[in-house]
Design a protein around this ligand. Sequence first.
Ligand SMILES: *Cc1c(COP(=O)(O)O)cnc(C)c1O
Length: 391
Amino acid sequence: MKKFNPIEIISLLRQMLLNARFPVALHEPEFKGNELQYLKECLETSYVSSVGKFVDQFELELAQFTGAKYAVATSNGTSALHIAFKLAGVEPNDEVLVPTLTFVATSNAISYCNATPHFVDSDGICFGVNPAKLSDYLKEVAEVQNNVCINQLTGKTIRALCVVHVFGHPVDLDPIVEICERYHIKLVEDAAEALGSYYKGEHVGHRGIAGILSFNGNKIITTGGGGAILTDDEAISKQAKHLTTTARLRHAFYYEHDQVGYNYRLPNINAALGCAQLEQLPHLLDAKRKLAENYSQAFRGVDGVTFIREQGYAKSNYWLNTIMLDKEFTSERDKLLELLNDNKIGVRPVWNLMHTLPMYHNCPRMNLSIAEDLAARLINIPSSAFLGDEL
Ligand SMILES: *Cc1c(COP(=O)(O)O)cnc(C)c1O
């Protein structure tokens, strides 16, 4: 008979975090490279804003690192998502399939296009979109007419699917790409949490029409605030750059704009921070992998919880380490969260599911039983790279 012992979990974490400063945050950035030097260069040359060499350099290096043909830097991951959906052809009144288990930005960006999020269920193992369940659902509700996917229940066009690589764990992209092709749905990848994550050896974020990254302060590298659009399509990359920089036509001094654009550019000073952080990324990934391996070992002997590991097809960046309570101990979650936070160990449950939020309560959705089950049992545990350094 398994028993659940929160004290055992606290002492295990305390032991693993022996060298950490308390309180231990869930995820902290670290600046141990050329950050100060590059920032200083911005200040000394006065290139802190919309012009400067670091933006181009950051975009180039992001493309190199991810293997995407093009990267366009943006003001944050949310603005990158907004533009990615626009470039996927999402129009007012369309529906976009999106997991209910995600950060609110994914759904909000769909709303910014005056489109409707259509919530899909999660995979019980990688926490992203569950391809088998999605395929069965679309068989039931969707029909392709003139190369357009129609939701027969609402009569609306299902224009795109946004997958999310939750906590850095890649979704099973191959069957998802196949579903998108079968139903004439554009694929967008929310890889905000997945810089440094690979699916079958390929960096995530550029399988669909576009993917996005975030460089918010809690992500694996940070630019303060920032994001990027990844794509292998030259025309899409050009449109992404154009739309995120006020849709201004190239001219030395005339201000001409050919459509309603956005001021979603990444300032040079943020890009400078990004260039320095990218230099550190291989080291950060190593340290995070070490931390995850140690957690995995440590939790092996603990009753009632499982440490979540990457899938066979994937290499995860282990952005946020995650444990899952056994089903029978679901009701223990809140007590454990409180106890750990009281002990100054930063842990948190996953996001409130999107379909439970007031603004998305009435959106179309499939059966969401797996996401509901996961949301009740998952806990994110401290994941800063420096915790792995010291192991
Ligand atoms: C962080 C995050 C975003 C948004 O990124 P910001 O840079 O904070 O706007 C979008 N989706 C997911 C899954 C994220 O974790």
